[in-house]
Structure formats: structure tokens, C-alpha cells
Design a binder for this molecule. Sequence first.
Ligand code: FES
Length: 316
Amino acid sequence: MSEDKIDLSEFDEIPDRVARAKAKAEALRKAREAAGGETSAPKPADEAPAQAPAEPGGDSGPSEVDLSSLDEIQDRVARAKAKAELMRKARGSGGAAPARAPVKKAASTADRAAAARALTQKTDEPAAERVIVQTSPAPPEIRPGPERTQAVAEGGMTTRRGFFTWLTLAWASFAVASGAGLLGFARFLFPNVLFEPPQSFKIGFAEDYDLGVDERWKDKFSVWIVKTTQDMFALISVCTHLGCTPNWLGNEQKFKCPCHGSGFYVTGINFEGPAPRPLERARIVLAEDGQVLVDKTRKFLYEKGHWDNPESFLRI
Ligand code: FES
């Protein structure tokens, strides 16, 4: 019999069958006594008779029935019923489960342990009738301990989700830093080059200029073109004090530096302010095509007598 299923109805049928077999055996025995031991026993009408073991060396008549074996069967049935009842009480939680209904497994380890204790504590029962319930170990319940629960609540322990979040942030930061590094490296591939205007350039024909100071090339080439009735020269628009760019004041007919107030005549000679010397002139000549060519790579300084050089002015 399976330990999980207890069918007491089977035990209830066995005593009835044994009682019927005993009655038939008794009737057979009485019939034999009435017939002087030579007649055969009547055949059972509804069920097969319990066949008694034949006597060794006897004739073909029915043998004697051993009723002690039937009593032993009854005793074994009674013990089996008692054992099954004990198992049913041990497993049931108070309700009368149906005999054929499968007994549910213990809901938890605690229930199984209680059932085992109930069985083992019945010390007054005979040793032969004790029932040992085999219980399989239940899987351990996974519950976070108090330290882990508190740590997770305070954010002090990294969970799997938190780990992947930090991993993603770390990779994103690494990608940004790598991109910035690559950009910086690419910047070094392009050195700081000042794309200054050419130092030598043509300014057109001399007839295109009126008398006086022309500022059309001041912003692009930092020179004034000064034209008089006799000549034409190019003044470099850099203050000789600290390098500021003076302004031409037509009403006052002078160059005035906005930084410290230095003043220069239209010829470029300084006359006021901290400027220590006159403005510088650039080389000015006629090109092959007749245009005026200004070359800033050659400068002419008044204090050194350079303004007498024929390339420091263009004779008209
Ligand atoms: S820079 Fe022109 S006056 Fe000082």
C-alpha cells in the first residue's frame, strides 16, 4: 500500500469475506461429519469457497479447513486498519478526508515536522505499530536577511538592477570622455595658424586716389594711403607707443591714438602724447602693370633717415 493513500474500505471487506469463508468451512465440516467423512462438500452458490489445504495422503474428498489461518488474517487486518488510522490521524489536520482522496502533502516543513513529532511521541503504542513518516526536505525559503534588507533600503548595497544601471552610466561616461579625448587629439592636427593678409599688395592706380588721407586699406592691410600734390606714401596704422590703432581726424588733420592720446601729423611725425617716434612707412612702388604696389615687409623709419629712400614714397 502506498504511504500517501489510505483506503479503509478494503479493510472493511476483508472481515466479511473471512466470516463467509469461515461459515462455509463450518458448513462443510458439518456436512462431512454427517456423511461420515466420505461425501463431498456442497459447492458454493454465490462465491468461490475458501479452499482448505488437502491432507497429505488423503483421498479425493474435501480436506479439513484450518480456521486458525482465518483468525490470523483477521488479526493482521485489524493491525493494518489500526496502522492506517494512525497514519490518517497523523496526516489529517482534523478533517475527515475521504478514504480514496489523495492525501495532500504537508503544506510546509513545519506541518511535516509536527506530524513526525505526533507519531514519535506515541510511546505507549506497540513498537510494531509505530509509523515512520518519511518527509522530503522542503526547498529553503529565500528571504533577505535583516542586514540586506536594511542595506538595500538605505542604498548601501548594490542590487542586480542597480549594478546594471551603474554599469550603463560608467560606459556612457567612458564614451563621453573618449569622445572628448578624440576631439582634443583632432584639434592638435590643426595648428594655430593666423591667416594674415598678404604683406605685399596692389592698391590700384595713383589716379584713383584723392589728395589727403585714404582709409580704404586700413582695416584689411593696416595702412593709410596719403596723397599730396607731390608724392604718395603708405603709413602703417600702428601707434609707436604700445601698438594701438590711431584714428584719422580729418577736421584736425591729425592721427590720434585712443589709448594714451598720442598725436601724429598727416606726415606721420609725432607731436603729442607718449609716442616716442613717428609712424612707420611701408615700401611703395609702381608695379609692372602701372598699379601702385605696397610692400609692408620693408619699413622705413623717420628717426633713421629712411624716409629719404625713393621707395618710401612714390613721386607723382
Ligand atoms: S598706444 Fe598710442 S599712445 Fe599709447
